[in-house]
Design a protein around this ligand. Sequence first.
Ligand code: KIV
Ligand code: ZN
Length: 518
Amino acid sequence: MDNNRVYIFDTTLRDGEQVPGCQLNTVEKIQVAKQLELLGVDIIEAGFPISSPGDFKSVVEIGKATTRPVICALTRAVEKDIDVAAESLQGIPMERRRIHTGIGTSDSHIKYKFNSNREEIIERAKHAVQYARKFVEDVEFYAEDAGRTDNEYLARVVEAVIAAGATVVNIPDTNGYCLPMDYGTKIKYLFDHVPNIDKAIISTHCHNDLGMATANTMAGLLNGARQAEVTINGIGERAGNTSLEEIVMIMKCHHNLGLDTGIDTHKIFPTSRMVRNLMNMPVQPNKAIVGRNAFAHSSGIHQDGVLKNKDTYEIMNPQDIGIDQNAIVLTARSGRAALKYRLSTLGHNVEGAELDSLYQKFLDLADKKKEIHDDDLLLLVSGHNTKQQYIKILKLQVTSGIDTTPVSVLQISTGGVVRELKADTGNGPVDATINALKKFLSQYKMELRELTLQSINKGSDDTCKVHVQVEVNGMICYGFASNTDVVLATVEAYVDAVNKYFVITNKDNVEDEEEEKK
Ligand code: KIV
Ligand code: ZN
């Protein structure tokens, strides 16, 4: 074994996907999994099979759709979970199957979650590993909340699960509590005190609650851990997980650390963009490595330095992470062939009728904005704005300005039935339109909880992406839309969220309810 090789365990499709509003369907998960394979990750955590039929299916399908990475299924330290995980992995060659089982080991988890004691938890941990080993040769054990687990006890747990057959032991900082120094010391403590530690790989799994996930992961790797559990763009529960791109680029930029991964860094940016688009999860503009501004030098002194020599202010080359600064920008004069070629470079091979239909949508968009960038194309392909929706916006006319009360006139259809125009006012064009929309849906209690607007590129004719959280009858629903018109994009995102409420609650009788009220 190469002692300097760090295994990259990607949990975008499990821990990352647990983020409310980021759920992907199986087809989308397969798309991400294939991209992760191209990126070169070693292990894909594909789901938590007992948690839902969708997760079960994703593990099965991701196993079929990929050929190289190990496919991992998560379980609790519970026999039934392990049975279901083993079943989901059945169609995958044995050398690519991994079960990831575990239990909380901090005093808080032992007492409040399990109402148990330290000795009993060790027995349950050993049993889970032994049980999982009946199905697969590769069993990873996680000591949940290891970050707050007493080191002496943690060392006993680690020794016991390795003796029981664990091939990898994960030391999660579940609550993102540790300081880098303490997390590093914890890993070192295990190497110094667990006699059989050389029989397993030690893994880091850090959450970012205090913004230290990357620093903690590096501290773990510098003290002997050789697997890093990460997600694309650092997505994950609460403040997220360690981001893959940061860990990989730290190792690349600091070769003196002597640590390598199997990642093709040129695929980092395309993967980040795919996950951002499919999950509708914006990346903060100043996010390290993949944020829009990560390589944008704005101050005069920096620009001058970079023009003289890139080395003055750039520690890495944007091309190394796959940012194509010479990307072709399409316009209304671009033909089908250019569109087809550009889409193929973005991983979408379209032809025939599908290409014709996309070309038409492309021309419609190109009529509204001069330059069509890759992100515009990805939005066109994802078809966000053309999904079958119960509520559809048919007409919208808004008046707003100085010394004018904003007024919106709106027409929608519900379940294919065209409704009469309704108008309302508000403190701005968006408020007026949402008030008008509420008039159609007066029987539902709706509240806009969160609104994020982002432009794709630049220019006043740019496409605006909008993410919203809307509370409908007490249920939080997430919506997304993009449009060159900011008000329309916002209202479409709002409607997208409300439509999700109808899908989740199987409601398709807005009209009837209104009729009944009359
Ligand atoms: O954060 C955590 O502890 C986890 C485990 C389930 C591995 O995600
Ligand atoms: Zn986690």
